[in-house]
Design a protein around this ligand. Sequence first.
Ligand code: GLU
Length: 466
Amino acid sequence: MVRTRFAPSPTGFLHIGGARTALFSWAFARHHQGQFVLRIEDTDLARSTPEAVQAILDGMNWLGLNHDEGPFYQTQRMDRYKAVIQQMLEAGTAYPCYTSTAELETLRAEQTARGDKPRYDGRWRPEPGKDLPALPVGINPVIRFRNPVDGVVAWDDLVKGRIEISNSEMDDLIIARADGTPTYNFCVVVDDWDMGITQVIRGDDHVNNTPRQINILNALGAPVPQYAHLSMILGDDGQKLSKRHGAVSVMQYDDEGYLPEAVINYLARLGWSHGDDEVFSREQFVEWFDLNHITPSAAQFNTQKLNWLNAHYIKQADEPRLAADVRRRLALRNAKDTATPSVESIVALYKDRAQTLVELTDAVEQLQGHPTPTAELKAQHLTEKTRPILAAFRDELSNVAWDIPSISAALKATLAAHNAKMPALAMPMRLALVGQTQTPSVDALIALFPKDEVLRRIDTLLACGN
Ligand code: GLU
């Protein structure tokens, strides 16, 4: 049974990197009909906040990354960690160390002066026949893990390939502080063990922790999971992810009008591939996902591609859903839905050209509002030549049936009668209805509005001088 986990530290929002880690862990479990565990690594009390926990849960929920177990909180598992530390003390795989901070500083200074890497020298590490220093009074010891001194720790990373670290490069890690609280790497080990995690999929900033974690797992007689360390994500510019994109909360993508399925599809391709496939559903992704097609090199964020995918998913989305989303956004803007034209009809006309739901909402606000074109646009498109054409078209319109073919015929007839080309009428009409010139085809635009509203808007435009 495959069991994966996502183990965020709640010190900020769920950003793109974290979301991709969560997605890959989730998809791997789903692909293998396994289980996906959510664990909140909140032992850093100074930096963990309930708001950050909520932000992570909100982000996962928005992306639809449902977990089967948890959320487990490390702060609620302290008794368990302490019990395991006790077991290790009894088994001799951990030991108390009474070295004071001052002694450690002296040690560090000596090592640095010699040009050595600073490391704990094992002075309290018990060995057969070794005399330990005299027990100091009034000092609470830290607990250190008895790291093997010989050999190497090796694992076949599912992304990076074989990694080997010599034990001689590692000193004895502190697993409990003097106040008895367990440390980060130790909690992760006990959790992965207790939660039966079979594949640890996480960011490659944890590669350095892995040999220590494997050594502790071995000391506990616990099975060692497989590891897959995902390479980092760079920004559009090849630099570290910036606030503009990626380094922000996934919920900001919601604010900016991205659909969760577009973000999922986008994240799936950040470092993973299935041939040349770019557009695929969540179900397809789960079916295809494996750890063999993850690239070990850094992935690069590409805002244009995200926008392109989002436009695709908006086009695909059904109109009632888009309309409901636009109404939610209008309410957040304190904009009233005047229903003229209806949100549904605007969405239907604009969804093929919108890259984001924010753009769709803008279109609704614009069409329902009372448009006032800028003086420049009026000067450009409402001229001595076009005014009479617009006025004639108004008269023509008042007599036509209210459907796109009839409106289109009236447009052509008016233009023919004035020996003019489409822009001479289309542009002023766009100004009358929307206040600007970027719109879908003008006959479809006109048909969105009730006839009397169109006549009223034309009158308003004609009434204003240039
Ligand atoms: N809590 C760690 C983080 O947020 C992840 C630890 C892990 O996946 O092992 O970076």
